[in-house]
Design a protein around this ligand. Structure first.
Ligand SMILES: *[C@@H]1O[C@H](CO)[C@@H](O)[C@H](O)[C@H]1NC(C)=O
Length: 360
């Protein structure tokens, strides 16, 4: 039954095309007013904006059932035929509003809204009737028969069109039993409707109006309502919640690890940079002092002696000296320090160095 409603709509729109083409004032034959055999939609020779009047001509419709009726495309809203009052109804042909029929009075096919509601309409109303009244076999009834009491039912076969274009038939059974009961076809007595999971042979036997039949011929089981919301179990919420938390923690942990690695790499780089800078500074200082050392050699120093390496084991005369090897960065003693370069590492000049050594 789940797919029946769209199918009916589809069929109705197809019927609309097949409806009459005569416009207002043109001739029509009232004997051709009929119901479509597949959908029970009302048809006549006249177009959707007119109905076949008693003088055999198409007349403008005097009322409408829907807020936006079929066949009025492009018509301004205030020029549509009027809707009917609560105590009236608009018949299928749309000739004009008529008063609702009392209990036992006439009604058109499945037009429960053409019947006056019962006094206790709130107790009797359900989704299978209109305000507690129901039209069965073109007669108005109240849907008020209790369990075990004799009831009236009305079986209608409809034709549907499946997705692949094939047609199929299905039956809709309506009855005047109270809410949550149904009229059994063989006994014509009202029975209690069944809950989900219990056996059934037709939709009307289920509270959900959905009898799931696996194979035709076999008996079915009452399924869930077409509009029943899905209710996930508690563990689904727990699992999804945990998954979200784990995802969040994973992303944050991953970012933290990445950041930590980047920070460590940066730290190493900075350390290397500072070491490099310090070494650079020391090199410049050494060079500067080496220059000062050369300039402050005694005036009559020979070129060879000035060029002699501090590291050589031979003196300027080519003789081996014990003090040829001086540590490259002896810190000058404070007493000896000049006004400048007090904390600079100094290459000691050969002569002074020797003196210092001998003094020390
Ligand atoms: C059903 O009853 C309600 C409340 O009395 C009313 O508003 C509504 O128009 C009725 N429906 C029909 C189709 O008469």
């Amino acid at each position: 039954m789940l797919f029946a409603a769209p199918l009916v709509l589809l069929a109705l729109s197809a019927i609309g095309v097949r409806a009459g083409k005569m416009t207002e004032g043109e001739a029509c034959d009232p004997s051709r007013n009929r119901l479509d055999q597949g959908t029970y939609n009302f048809l006549s020779d006249c177009d959707p904006q007119t109905y076949c009047g008693p003088d055999n001509t198409c007349l403008k419709r005097g009322c409408r059932r829907d807020i936006y009726p079929y066949g009025y495309y492009g018509t301004p809203y205030d020029q549509l035929p009027s809707l009917c009052k609560e105590t009236e109804f608009c018949p299928d042909e749309g000739s004009g509003c008529l008063p609702k029929s009392p209990l036992g009075g006439p009604c058109q096919k499945d037009r429960d809204d053409q019947c006056q509601p019962p006094p206790n309409q709130k107790d009797l109303a359900s989704y299978l009737n209109v305000n507690g009244s129901i039209c069965l076999g073109f007669q108005c009834y109240y849907a008020n028969v209790e369990i075990g009491q004799p009831c009236i039912f009305d079986n209608t076969w409809y034709e549907g069109i499946a997705d692949d274009g094939t047609t199929f038939s299905y039956m809709v059974s309506r009855d005047n039993c109270r809410k949550n009961t149904y009229c059994d076809g063989s006994t014509a007595l009202c029975n209690q409707k069944r809950d989900k999971g219990q056996g059934c042979t037709a939709n009307k036997e289920c509270k959900s109006y959905n009898c799931v039949i696996a194979k035709s011929g076999e008996s079915g089981v009452c399924g869930r309502e077409a509009d029943e919301p899905l209710k996930p179990k508690t563990w689904v919420y727990v699992v999804i919640g945990l998954a979200i938390v784990i995802c969040l923690v994973g992303v944050m942990g991953g970012l933290w690890l990445l950041h930590r690695r980047a920070r460590e790499e940066n730290q190493v780089k900075l350390q290397e940079y500072y070491n490099e800078q310090i070494a650079y500074r020391q090199s410049i200082m050494s060079m500067s002092h080496a220059k000062n050392s050369l300039l402050s050699l005694p005036v009559n120093t020979s070129a060879d002696a000035a060029r002699a390496s501090l590291y050589t084991e031979q003196d300027s005369m080519g003789l081996s000296t014990s003090n040829g090897l001086l540590p490259p960065n002896i810190r000058r003693e404070a007493s000896q320090a000049g006004s400048d370069d007090s904390e600079v590492l100094l290459m000691d000049q050969q002569g002074q160095g020797n003196n210092m050594r001998y003094r020390g």
